[in-house]
Write a protein that binds this ligand. Structure first.
Ligand SMILES: C[S@@+](CC[C@H](N)C(=O)[O-])C[C@H]1O[C@@H](n2cnc3c(N)ncnc32)[C@H](O)[C@@H]1O
Length: 257
């Protein structure tokens, strides 16, 4: 078990060279270092060494660049293929997309997805693997993908055509402004910002029966994504937490007080 000072020194070592290295290598080093650091341990390290959290803006930007580059590469590969007919996304996804796709598998144990339902994902990105997993595995009637990025909206439309599905719809929308009144299941992606404002908007407009899932960072994942649980809206309580993942995020299932 490596000592705290050594963890901090190593993390500092990685952070000192952020300008010279590829985002994937930096994020990879931090993820490897987090192997021995659970969430409460990481929070204690951040409290004891505030310099670490001063890197949040840089790491948030690096992580966003890394994830977007992975998503763009997979999108280019998929839409260059002939239309897939009835093939499932899970059968045609590349390694990185499949890893991201599988990391939300426990969602189907925690949430009921009925054909009459409307699933709304905030922060779908250019490779909306969460929405695509719902498309593959459920008969949910409407899968609404929201993103502030035009590129993400265009990507979802292209993927819908490649997958020959009409259930996927994409809209350029800030999650802070959308009206969730007809949503039955609401999923907020890890990189969504400002996350607590989006959660507040969901609680202000969604029906009390709507299932709310937020992808949350843990351990050093807190260095590149916001954690709504840290400022949890008093109208919510945590019902369950899903499995962890390579990039230190997990699904958290909430219920209304
Ligand atoms: C890169 S994706 C990652 C999600 C991943 N594709 C998935 O399926 O789980 C995160 C996206 O969230 C979007 N985003 C960030 N803040 C947002 C907000 N307030 N409203 C809507 N989209 C947002 C970003 O533009 C980015 O495309």
């Amino acid at each position: 078990m490596i000592k705290d000072n050594e963890i901090v020194d190593r993390l500092q070592g990685v952070l000192d060279n952020v300008d010279e290295r590829r985002p994937s290598d930096i994020i990879g080093d931090i993820v490897d270092l987090a192997r021995d650091v659970d969430d409460s341990h990481a929070r204690a390290l951040f409290e004891g060494h505030p310099v670490l959290t001063s890197y949040r803006p840089i790491l948030t930007d690096l992580y966003r660049k890394y994830i977007l580059s992975v998503e763009e590469a997979e999108l280019a590969r998929l839409v260059s293929r002939p239309t897939a007919g009835d093939q499932l996304f899970g059968e045609m996804a590349g390694e990185a997309a499949l890893m991201a796709y599988n990391r939300v598998s426990d969602m189907f144990q925690h949430v009921d997805f009925l054909p009459s339902h409307r699933f709304v994902m905030v922060g779908c990105g250019q490779m909306p693997v969460t929405a695509l997993h719902v498309n593959d595995r459920t008969q949910v009637g409407e899968i609404i993908c929201l993103d502030v990025s035009d590129k993400a909206v265009a990507a979802v439309e292209a993927l819908g055509a490649t997958l020959n599905t009409h259930r996927l719809q994409a809209f350029r929308f800030d999650g802070q402004k959308y009206d969730y009144c007809s949503a039955n299941v609401i999923y907020i992606a890890n990189m969504v910002s400002p996350k607590i404002s989006v959660v507040s908007r969901v609680l202000d407009t969604a029906d009390r029966s709507a299932a709310i899932i937020i992808r949350e960072p843990y351990s050093f994942g807190r260095l590149w994504a916001e954690c709504a649980e840290d400022f949890l809206d008093s109208r919510l309580v945590v019902k369950a937490r899903g499995c962890g993942s390579r990039y230190l995020s997990r699904d958290v299932y909430f219920q209304r007080r």
